[in-house]
Design a protein around this ligand. Structure first.
Ligand SMILES: [Zn+2]
Length: 296
């Protein structure tokens, strides 16, 4: 499998794929889209962002493997294998050679120094742990895991509520709680928070209460790992369009504009969590909105 590699200053960033398949119907996701808007954009949607035959958007699920300053960092850890995903047949009971791809990208599990989750939804924490002898243990034994404290607090509460739990299809107790119990997690609150010489963590709540994004700077060049601040490039043109499932829809819109403004003004290479090929690109400010510059 081809693995796109991006250079930002002295940093190397490799996309490690779990899946990249048609998922939800475009019209179900963005119910506010008019026929005129669809006509305006359809020329670039297929095949990387939309499957015309089924009317479904293509959603990539991948991690970003970041090597910078001698550190090996994994950003978001996908769904994981063998997990029940009711209502999501495209991610149900996966059996993907994700760890083999990670190794092919230049990092064995034991090489990872940091695992950083933009938020704690089930498709961003799946490979944090693996089941061994009936116990959930860290997949990346030498890594510190960086989690957002507001997300840990929120999903802990959901998980403990018999009416709502288990949180995130069970992945909170399988893929997050064991890391906390092993003492391998570092919790960060709000932002901006400087993690090291290269990375700053900033808040972008709304999709989840503690959603964060990561700003990378190396030798004057920048990148932004934005997780699910937007899922699809249509939301760059229309920043008020939310993807379904938000902890706070209004806050998600405010965060989207904050991150779009940061990306447009800084010239950062944007690395989203689910956008299709070419997977990374830049944002331009227009008179009344924004435009993605993601050239295949
Ligand atoms: Zn996601």
């Amino acid at each position: 499998m081809e693995m796109p590699v991006f250079k930002v200053g002295e940093a190397t960033i490799t996309r490690v794929e779990e899946t990249n398949v048609p998922s939800y119907k475009l019209r179900d996701v963005f119910t506010e889209m008019t026929d005129a808007q669809f006509s305006e954009h359809r020329h670039w949607l297929a095949p990387h962002h939309y499957e015309a035959e089924s009317g479904r958007i293509r959603l990539s699920v991948h991690s970003w493997l970041l090597k910078v300053g001698g550190k090996t960092i994994l950003i978001d850890s996908c769904c994981g294998n063998n997990k029940d995903k009711p209502g999501r047949p495209f991610w149900h009971r996966l059996n993907e050679p994700y760890l083999e791809r990670l190794t092919a990208a230049g990092a064995r599990p034991q090489d990872i120094d940091l695992v950083m989750c933009t938020h704690l939804h089930h498709d961003h924490v799946g490979w944090n742990t693996q089941q061994r002898d009936g116990k959930w243990v860290p997949t990346f034994p030498n890594a510190r895991y960086v989690f957002s404290k507001p997300d840990v607090d929120y999903f802990s509460k959901v998980d403990a509520d018999p009416k709502e739990g288990p949180a995130e299809l069970g992945t909170f107790r399988e893929c997050v709680v064991p890391i906390l119990e092993y003492g391998n997690a570092d919790l960060v609150s709000g932002g901006p928070y400087r993690l090291n010489d290269f990375i700053e963590i900033d808040s972008a709540p709304g999709h989840s209460p503690g959603h964060v994004f990561f700003k990378l700077e190396s030798k004057g060049q920048r990148a932004a790992f934005i997780g699910d601040v937007w899922h699809h490039l249509l939301q760059v043109y229309y920043p008020d369009w939310n993807f379904p499932k938000n902890s706070d829809a209004a806050q998600a819109r405010v965060s989207r504009r904050k991150v779009l403004d940061y990306c447009a003004s800084s010239g950062a290479l944007v690395m989203p969590g689910h956008v299709g090929a070419p997977f990374a690109g830049r944002i331009e400010k227009t008179a009344d909105s924004y435009r993605p510059d993601f050239k295949p």
